[in-house]
Design a protein around this ligand. Structure first.
Ligand SMILES: [Zn+2]
Length: 105
């Protein structure tokens, strides 16, 4: 029985790694906004250039949010971070409660 549980957790590893990577992309994108905005304004002294950079950042943010929102839980097959129409970035599946680091335990 114990071996069966550990085999299941090993099966979860590839998809949980993808979910963790997508979360990192999103957080890095959020964190890079302020330095990017300040650097763009200081170097170009142009709101037009800042607008272009901001538009690109928003597009990348939408892509990252969509990728994290649609990541499937390897245990239950539902969206990991999304339940009905609500989205939250908790570290557990919103449907079955699988922890994002369940493969590392
Ligand atoms: Zn789940």
């Amino acid at each position: 029985m114990r071996q069966n549980i550990s085999e299941n957790q090993a099966d979860y590893k590839p998809m949980l790694a993808i979910i963790r990577r997508r979360r990192w992309y999103l957080w890095c994108l959020i964190l890079i906004y302020m330095p990017l905005a300040v650097t763009t304004l200081q170097t170009t002294q142009s709101y037009k250039a800042f607008g272009v950079v901001f538009a690109l950042w928003v597009i990348l943010l939408c892509i990252a949010v969509t990728l994290t929102a649609t990541a499937k839980c390897p245990k239950c097959g539902n969206n990991f971070h999304m339940r009905h129409s609500t989205l939250s970035y908790l570290r557990k599946c919103r449907h079955c409660g699988l922890h994002i680091c369940a493969d590392k335990i």
